[in-house]
Design a protein around this ligand. Structure first.
Ligand code: PAP
Length: 330
């Protein structure tokens, strides 16, 4: 049986499943659906079912996992640059690096939507190891065979202050929401965020899922914070390289490789590249997105310019309530 025939059953099951799931107005598209505790687009739910039934993982696979607007673009660039550094650069020169010509989202595929594209399974099978994928799926959606410590697969998870996530998402939504939908107001979006009713939400369940798993399997899941990366990018580039099995050698350190990767992937550098000012990323066969929308301010604490003190305190209170007893503090 061909891969496509084998997947046919999953497509049929998905067509039935989507009609049975709880539905809400989407932030980007008309509807999103609650699938196993996470609000997702229909295409992405199809992606989750294809992953669960057909994706053949390899022990060297690495998933960059994150809640939306938590640092995915940055981590895509950093992880891509770290893992491919011997192919695309010698010690002194990154002048022909792919990140100078392509947006980070073109360098590392968005697994959740890519997997349902034509021939995706075959194409992914053809990729050399280690394969690098990025995903907004909740930890609970990944197959247990993949999550099993003996599988060898790894996750890098990045989380960010939910107040900054909300602001980042609100402005991203304003740029990318379907023009056929009525505007979503700031106050309504805030209420929905707090209630967890947003694409990939709820935020807190997503973060906790990976946090708990990282405590159980620290060698399998590297849990990072956007804010820590901003403060000490060089320290975290070295941690990432170590975790991904490609540690920075003493010779590389002496040659300034860490600093070069940090500079190559910095917000200021990427944002000002022509490809990220005017270029597009093809997300699916039918949908492309302007690269510039992924680079807004890249700061810690921009929420203070947009949320009232009461709104900030409300998100902090929810975070405290949800994270109590988990050992996680943001
Ligand atoms: P995604 O979920 O759509 O992939 P993601 O990349 O996770 O988005 O988040 C985008 C945020 O990361 C933006 O934050 P802001 O709206 O508060 O500005 C974006 O500016 C920021 N960002 C993008 N690239 C970088 C980078 N190289 N360094 C730091 N922050 C970055």
């Amino acid at each position: 049986m061909s891969i496509e025939d084998d997947q046919e059953k999953t497509y049929k099951q998905f067509a039935q499943l989507i009609n049975e799931l709880p539905k809400a107005d989407g932030w980007f598209q008309q509807h999103m659906y609650l699938y196993k505790g996470q609000w997702l687009f229909p295409d992405v739910i199809l992606g989750a079912t294809l992953m669960q039934n057909h994706f053949k993982h390899r022990s060297a696979d690495i998933f960059l996992s994150s809640f939306v607007k938590s640092g995915t673009t940055w981590l895509k660039a950093l992880m891509f640059a770290i893992i491919n550094r011997s192919i695309f650069a010698d010690f002194s020169d990154f002048s022909d690096h792919p990140l100078l010509r392509q947006g980070p989202h073109s360098c590392v595929p968005a697994f959740d939507v890519y997997i349902s594209q034509d021939h995706a399974m075959t194409n992914m099978d053809l990729l050399p190891s280690p394969r690098l994928f990025a995903s907004h799926f909740a930890y609970s959606l990944f197959p247990s065979t993949f999550k099993d410590p003996s599988s060898g697969c790894k996750f890098v998870y990045v989380c960010r202050d939910p107040k900054d996530v909300f602001i980042s998402l609100f402005y991203f939504m304003k740029n990318t929401r379907s023009i056929e939908l009525p505007p979503l107001s700031f106050d309504k979006a805030f209420e929905l965020f707090c209630d967890g009713v947003l694409d990939s939400g709820p935020y807190w369940d997503h973060v906790l899922g990976f946090w708990k798993a990282s405590l159980e399997s620290p060698n399998k899941i590297l849990f990072l914070r956007y804010e820590e990366l901003k403060r000490e990018p060089q320290v975290h580039v070295k941690r990432l390289a170590e975790f991904m099995g490609v540690p920075i050698s003493i010779k590389e350190e002496e040659n300034g490789v860490v600093e070069k990767i940090v500079t190559l992937c910095s917000f200021e550098h990427l944002k000002n590249l022509e490809v990220n000012k005017t270029g597009m990323t093809q997300i699916t066969n039918k949908y492309a997105i302007s690269n510039h929308v992924f680079f807004r301010k890249g700061e810690i604490g921009d929420w203070k310019n947009h949320l009232t003190k009461e709104m900030g305190a409300k998100i902090d209170q929810i975070t405290q309530d949800k994270f109590t007893g988990s050992g996680l503090a943001l």
